[in-house]
Design a protein around this ligand. Structure first.
Ligand code: MG
Length: 237
């Protein structure tokens, strides 16, 4: 049975309308950099840099390296100048976006129960953000302080969802076999692709995303509340 639980973050643990989030994020980041970079250009290049990370399959480059080797030259400002500004943004300004999310009162008790009972919990969020941004979003739902087995970030990963290489890298980092894991997420493409490796999936439907209208192939599905019930039944937790 499962010993490792991989949780997607946005729309799974953190209730979130991704489009609303991205709009707010781009607005806040453009504001922060308006004195240096024309907002339209900044947004375009962040978007393009993110696509570079998602499409990169070079195992020798972290997502961070992929992003910055594209982004800094395009913007024409060295990373030594930009990185500290981005850090400042994620450590301070980013928190204002919290208002677009709602609390998920079931998230923390579920994660705590799993960890207390000896299960490993992974934050398997798409690693296109730096660790400080991901930690900040974990804090939005008050789960930033828990002892996770792994939190995937753009610093520690070389691949992104929906590439199966992302899940291979997670398994390899945990030294785990697919059948030990359950992937829990709200995105039909990004999260359910884990099944290709033999990882079972639970599709959380409260904030379901299916941008490409793909056929839904999952082992289990339901609301976040159903997930709590499922864990009770499956592992008595
Ligand atoms: Mg998600």
């Amino acid at each position: 049975m499962f010993t490792i639980f991989l949780f997607d973050l946005d729309g799974t643990l953190v209730p979130m309308d991704m489009e609303h989030f991205m709009n707010e994020y781009f607005q806040a980041v453009s504001c922060k950099f308006a004195h240096l970079i024309e907002p339209k250009k900044l947004i375009k290049e962040i978007f393009e840099g993110t696509m570079m990370m998602i499409n990169n399959l070079n195992p020798r480059q972290t997502n961070k390296e992929v992003f910055w080797s594209y982004f800094a030259p395009r913007i024409g400002i060295p990373p030594e100048v930009l990185v500290p500004l981005f850090d400042e943004f994620y450590n301070n300004d980013f928190t204002n976006i919290k208002r677009i999310t709602q609390p998920n009162p079931l998230a923390r008790p579920m994660l705590e129960r799993l960890i207390k009972n000896g299960y490993q919990v992974v934050i398997a969020t798409n690693p296109v953000f730096p660790e400080n941004a991901i930690r900040e979003r974990l804090n939005w739902v008050e789960i930033g302080d828990l002892p996770y087995a792994l939190v995937t970030t753009y610093e520690n990963m070389h691949f992104c969802k929906p590439k199966i290489e992302y899940y291979e890298e997670v398994l390899s980092n945990l030294n785990a076999r697919p059948e030990e894991c359950l992937m829990i997420g709200n995105d039909v493409e990004e999260d359910l692709v884990a099944r290709k490796l033999g990882i079972k999936t639970f599709l959380v439907e409260d904030w379901l995303l299916n941008a490409k209208n793909l056929p839904i192939e999952t082992d289990y599905r339901g609301s976040f509340k159903d997930l709590a019930e499922f864990l009770k039944q499956a592992i008595n937790c």
